[in-house]
Design a protein around this ligand. Structure first.
Ligand SMILES: [Zn+2]
Length: 115
């Protein structure tokens, strides 16, 4: 059985930055419905005490093959080897190195290594 992965956790967010506006952001500067900068609408860079490396917070539909998901359960980045669209139209399946297939809701957030 594949192990369950926790792909999203804002509890560890340390601080936020916008690369486009070149400044640190407070949570009130961010549209948290999609984790973009309210000013320029670009994705914010998330620095996390847990991940050590900067994150981008994506909807599962924005994730691409070769992105690296952070798994909060094991404290490690995991590479996405493949993505399958499920016929139920509510989920996608990520094929992950060492973890097998993981189903994620289309509206679910996924914390990935900044790209
Ligand atoms: Zn900005």
């Amino acid at each position: 059985m594949p192990r369950y992965i926790k792909m999203y956790n804002k509890a560890f967010d340390d601080f936020y930055e916008c690369g486009e506006c070149e400044k640190e952001l407070s949570i009130s500067d961010i549209d948290t419905s999609d984790w973009t900068c309210k000013e320029c609408k670009e994705k914010v860079v998330i620095y996390s005490t847990e991940t050590k490396r900067p994150l981008i917070r994506l909807f599962s539909t924005e994730v691409n093959k070769s992105d690296f998901i952070f798994n909060y359960h094991q404290g490690e980045f995991v590479e996405i080897r493949g993505i399958t669209e499920l016929t139920n139209k509510k989920q996608r399946m990520f094929g992950l190195a060492n973890y097998g297939g993981q189903e994620v809701g289309l509206k679910d957030f996924v914390d990935c290594l900044w790209r």
